[in-house]
Design a protein around this ligand. Structure first.
Ligand SMILES: Cc1ncc(COP(=O)(O)O)c(C=O)c1O
Length: 464
């Protein structure tokens, strides 16, 4: 999104920043945190609901309440359709993806259970696992991903034990955008009767996800789905749901005669009055996504991402983190190590994958591999405190980028950016090529002139 402040901008993208007032605009590159702006229609639906009759659901038999309940059901149906869930009742709404993961992990894991996770996880996976280890005596092992965040499913095999109950993994890194191969992992889980729990924080609404391969898929409403904050959820297979204990008990508007929590979906996991405004806002966003097409939004974002990467690699004084094979493709190293057909690499890839942006090369890292990305990239500035770079980008250029560890310390250890963290850029549906050029010019401006414009004070945002 561009916010124009005393706007003086030239259409000539090549104009140097010195000719442009550096504080004339704002550009948002933090869509991994939350999407801005939200989809058209989200705010209208929410304010309309709150202004013209904010009735609850499941608590009243009057028509106005039933009409809202119908809309909530339609929101479930849209989610089920998007993720290919078997039944809309398997869609559970929660206040966030973090709540969803807590409900799943806490509801499922018992003393003595073993879990496999990855070295790229967000703290919304790692902290519940750690807490359950302390409180309940579960154990877990992270499978090591490579220095660009790629996971090789075969590396999971040596970690499997007789008491391994689940693999819990992110679908894409929120630090460097690397997509992890959940379909391959799903096959591996199915063969061994291990449950697969996926954190789709960075991919829901971005990449196609088939929930029929996954036992529980946690999603946020406010990132790629373009809905409001305060709403997320999970899709749970009915047979898996039977093995989950609820972690909240209370009023559901059903079976009110007894104290026993209903054991049917979605009520088993939806106690208490819901965030109805949030679900209606999310429903408006889902309708927009259906019309606009997630695939074309993704293509747009990846175009911005690739444009950024190909130019950014020429800027001295900053390193792109976890993007080596992407940069390699752009700088033509792959001419020495020619690009290969995807089928040559894996032998069994979906035809669909051939149509999605995927960075593939016979690489210089010792093995042939592929990396698919979502439009998230991290930068490390070896001569500066990264916090100061992010602060200067904001203050001097109006560029909003997140700095620090992005709640994923394990991922930074994997990528070699712990403890300093990174400055992260994530591109969204409303970003434009002009904004990316502005970003590139800003970075060049900041790092030029002996970097006089950057504070030398040590930043305080490492732990963010
Ligand atoms: C990979 C990943 N997992 C989990 C989360 C947590 O999502 P939420 O804060 O919406 O619960 C995020 C948020 O940035 C994330 O990027």
């Amino acid at each position: 999104m561009i916010v124009f402040i005393n706007y003086i901008y030239t259409a000539d993208r090549k104009v140097g920043l010195k000719q442009m007032c550096p504080t004339i605009r704002k550009a948002y590159f933090d869509h991994s945190s939350t999407s801005v702006p939200k989809a058209p229609g989200v705010a209208d639906r929410m304010t309309n609901y709150l202004d013209t009759g904010a009735y609850s659901i499941g608590r009243g038999g009057y028509a106005a309440s039933l009409n809202i309940a119908q809309e909530i059901l339609e929101a479930r149906e849209l989610i089920a359709e998007l993720f290919n869930a078997a039944d809309p009742r398997e869609v559970i709404f929660t206040p966030s993806l973090t709540y969803a993961l807590n409900i799943i992990l806490s509801g499922f894991l018992r003393e003595g259970d073993h879990v496999i996770t990855t070295s790229m996880e967000h703290n919304s996976v790692m902290r519940p696992l750690y807490a359950l280890k302390q409180q309940r005596g579960i154990s877990y092992d992270p499978v090591q991903c490579d220095s660009e965040g790629a996971l090789y499913p075969e590396d999971i095999l040596p970690l499997i034990r007789s008491n391994t109950k689940a693999i819990v993994m992110t679908h894409a890194s929120n630090v460097c955008g690397t997509v992890l191969p959940i379909q391959e992992v799903a096959k591996l889980c199915k063969q061994r009767d291990i449950r697969l729990i996926v954190d789709a924080a960075q991919t829901a609404g971005v990449l196609p996800i088939d929930a029929s391969d996954i036992d529980a898929l946690a999603f946020p409403g406010h990132k790629g789905l373009l809905g409001p904050t305060g709403i997320g959820g999970f899709i749970v297979k009915s047979d898996f749901a039977k093995q989950l204990n609820p972690i909240l008990w209370g009023g559901t508007g059903s079976l009110s005669q007894g104290f026993k929590q209903p054991d049917f979906l979605p009520d088993k996991f939806e106690s208490g009055t819901m965030n109805i405004a949030g679900i209606l806002g999310l429903k408006a966003a889902l309708a927009y996504l259906k019309e606009a097409g997630c695939e074309s939004i993704y293509q747009h974002e990846m175009q911005l991402y690739e444009h950024f990467i190909s130019e950014a690699r020429t800027i001295k004084g900053m390193n792109l983190v976890g993007a080596g094979r992407v940069a390699e493709r752009n700088i033509g190293v792959s001419q020495q190590a020619p690009q290969m057909a995807i089928s040559e690499v894996s032998g069994s890839r979906d035809e669909d994958l051939l149509n999605t942006p995927i960075f593939l090369s016979a690489d210089t890292y010792g093995q042939t591999s592929h990396i698919q990305k979502v439009p998230v990239v991290s930068m490390d500035f070896p001569h500066h405190d990264n916090a100061n770079i992010a602060a200067a980008l904001d203050k001097q250029y109006g560029i909003m980028a997140r700095c620090g560890l992005h709640c994923a310390p394990a991922a930074h250890k994997t990528l070699g950016t712990f403890p300093q963290g990174t400055v992260r850029l994530s591109f969204g549906h409303a970003n434009t090529l002009e904004e990316v050029d502005y970003l590139l010019e800003s970075l060049k401006g900041l790092l030029s002139d002996g970097s006089k414009n950057i504070s030398t004070t040590k930043g305080i945002t490492h732990g963010v």
